[in-house]
Design a binder for this molecule. Structure first.
Ligand code: AP5
Ligand code: MG
Ligand code: ZN
Length: 233
């Protein structure tokens, strides 16, 4: 009796788990869609970029080391980022699933994530790939403003805050990221093509990729994601 109820519990957990990866170039709208996706599916948002920026802000040793790479638009070493994610997966709120934003970004990171999940008897459910042309990415990134408190992204033309410089969601102050200058943006896009884009093939081989047109209005992009993943609520 006890064994069968715990088996049932396991199966229920399996069915309701959303182990999601959000993949796409810088400026594709990962952060923008992430806040909507986590509301819909009730999973935590794990953004390695946000975790690293908070380490930079707090001037931890990891933050000081990471800043050099981030300001140049290069990737932070795999060992650092993989450590961050493995620690984060130990937190109890990831039991129902998670949304990875900006991780993995290299094949070794994807392999390390698969391995870590395997030890937990889990696997990636879906990888959502946001597709956007390069010209639009540059416009989006150079006009982006972000909330210092809740990290919600806004845009000076495409996604204006109701009150200039103030977050609609929490009233926090909006700022521009150090790596959103045009020269750094171009390098980030190159790094994406060389090191991260091959992950689409990696996840295609697992049959979990969902391709979404990320050039549409944020609401339409989100509607397409929900129709591909199935409703969460
Ligand atoms: P990270 O913070 O992950 O940045 P990124 O991948 O470069 O992506 P962005 O955050 O710039 O873009 P986004 O897709 O989230 O777009 P957003 O929604 O904001 O990484 C930063 C750095 O940290 C890396 O360069 C690296 O150094 C390091 N790092 C992080 N993870 C790492 C890892 N795993 N390994 C190694 N190093 C790592 O949208 C952009 C703008 O467009 C916003 O202004 C938004 O309002 C607007 N917008 C969004 N969607 C739309 C839409 N549909 N229509 C109109 N405007 C829109
Ligand atoms: Mg982001
Ligand atoms: Zn905010």
């Amino acid at each position: 009796m006890k064994a069968s109820s715990s088996r049932l519990q396991e199966r229920t957990l399996e069915v309701t788990q959303f182990n999601l990866v959000l993949l796409g170039p810088p400026g594709a709208g990962k952060g923008t869609q992430a806040s909507r996706i986590v509301d819909e599916y009730g999973v935590p948002h794990i953004s390695t970029g946000d975790i690293l920026r908070s380490a930079v802000k707090n001037q931890t040793q990891m933050g000081l080391e990471a800043k050099k790479y981030m300001d140049a638009g290069e990737l932070v070493p795999d060992s650092v980022v993989i450590g961050i994610v493995k620690d984060r997966l130990q937190e109890p709120d990831t039991a129902k699933g998670f949304l990875m934003d900006g991780f993995p970004r290299t094949i070794p990171q994807a392999e390390a994530l698969d391995k870590a999940l395997e030890t937990l008897d889990r696997a990636i459910s879906k990888t959502v790939v946001l597709l956007v042309d390069e010209d639009l990415l540059i416009k989006r990134l150079t006009g982006r403003r972000i909330c210092r408190s809740c990290q919600t992204p806004f845009h000076v033309y495409f996604n204006k805050a109701k009150v200039e410089g103030v977050c609609d969601k929490c009233g926090g102050e909006l700022y521009q990221r150090d790596d959103d200058t045009e020269a750094t943006v171009r390098n980030r896009l190159e790094v994406y093509r060389a090191q991260t884009e091959p992950l689409i093939g990696y996840y295609d081989a697992q049959g979990v990729v969902v391709r979404i047109d990320g050039a549409q209005e944020p609401e339409q992009t989100f509607a397409d994601i929900v129709s591909a993943l199935g409703p969460g609520k």
